[in-house]
Design a binder for this molecule. Sequence first.
Ligand code: ZN
Length: 598
Amino acid sequence: MGPDAGFVWGCFGLTCHAGNPFTAKLPHPITAARVPTMPYQLPFITTLFITCVAISAPDIRAAQIETQQLSDIVKVLASDEFHGRAPGGPGEEKTVAYLIDRFQALGLAPGGENGSWTQAVPLVRTQVQDPASMGFGIGDDHQALEQVSDIAIGTIRPQEQITIDKAPVVFVGFGASAPERQWDDFGDMDLTGKVAIFLVNDPDFAAGPDEAVAGRFGNRRMTYYGRWTYKFEEAGRRGALAALVIHEDKAAGYGWSVASSGPGENYSIVRAEGAAEPVTLQGWLHGDAAERLFATAGLDLNEQRALARSPDFTAFELKGVTFSADLAVTVERIESRNVLAILPGTAHPDETLMVSSHWDAYGHGEPDAQGRTMRPGANDDALGTAGVLELARLFKAGAPLERSVVFAAWTAEESGLLGSAAYAADPIYPLEKTVANFTLDILQTAGPARDVILVGEGQSDLQGDLERAAALQGRVVTPENLPENGLFFRADHFSLARGGVPVLLIMGIAGGSDLVEGGRAAGDAWIAEYIGTCYHQTCDAWDPNWDLRGAAMDVELFHTIIRDLGNSRRWPQWKPGSEFKAIRAESDAARVNDHSSN
Ligand SMILES: [Zn+2]
């Protein structure tokens, strides 16, 4: 069966941007007071100026991302022949061939496995079959759970039958095990063979300012402990059979309809032999179903939510409550590929800077009002991929750098950051010598802006690099406007961050830009329009009317930063308090540091 046939194109548990939180009404905390005082220069004027003086400085002259190039590349990748670029389908063949052709034409070297341009990414697609029989048992009472209305559950284990018979149920609160924050929700609780029930987000999300937990988990900024992916992983590490997260609109960042869309379908990478097994079942529990469950166990869910915010909270079994499930699962293997190219460094080729995007999009799905079925992913993320190709062109045209630059186009981002996760699990260029990852995922198409939006404020030194590069353009850095939604954990850069690599993400939907024409209001309106009508839909198509001058300037920021780091011995660091600092520290000895980190 071709992988396009029978795909259920949903967001549940899958996409990096599942259920995007933005609406037209969200206020932006940054005001017009942040507008830079330097006069704004249109990029084409810069081009002309530099063309005149660049005879002795070809590298500087090369530093121009061409808006026409960006547009032309997107026009190809988002065209009908590319079938919406679903992993494993005919769109993959075209896309991979196109990217290799472009990298080759630019004069880059193959950067993939065994001297090739690609890295194999074997994927597993699982689909829980209807009807799925599940429920909680409390004494003689049985609370059946309906897939979609009460629960949205799936599996990432490649097994065709899942049976759980009366497993004990444990409430683990937020389920955070965070020694660096002096927080542990598990205590002595052994989860082996049990079902863990989690609250969504992290412990201080809903806390009042006078509560002991306030500020312990970044206040409203979501930490990784707040993501459902962390909760499923932690449950797996502790041997749980299943992990269920109680859904709440605000704390999740999206409604139940998003959490329960595409029910029972999951994608995952094929785990290496001997790798830790994930939980057998994972998913969301509807808030009403959770309330019923707690009530029959003699508990009030709201009260338990408040108690779970206390540093004294410890996981406990719901007395007399069990969970059972009997499910059939279809399991399908998909062979997909990442595409990689490299420009080897002249002095330190083993130290790499990585630029990446994701080549995949949503393929074909249900017809829209005009009967269109293809979701071309023009902005998300053909445009980011065009940015990667443009950076490859600039770096090839410029003076060679001392460090290597790797260009990666990941597969299966929309299925759960899988191509980048597969790479991070089996990196071609060792992560400890990867200086930083720079990810482009969605660029704004509304024209020049006075600022660039930073995702993940306070995470790493790269924030300083971004500020300096932006200042060279007469622009400033503005933090994302909804850090509680954890965008920092929802694109491919995160796969590298988890491996300790410092990362920088430009994502055009992370907050409205302060546009030269129309200001912040126009930037917010652009996002609302894109998210509301096109994001992950048929209408995310190439548009000849896009104004890509702002996008080009954003991509040029990466060019400036990479050029600087590429000729230095500097290793950007995670800031104290970052979830990823300790991971990076494990490989500190592998890096020669010039101690001039900013
Ligand atoms: Zn994307």
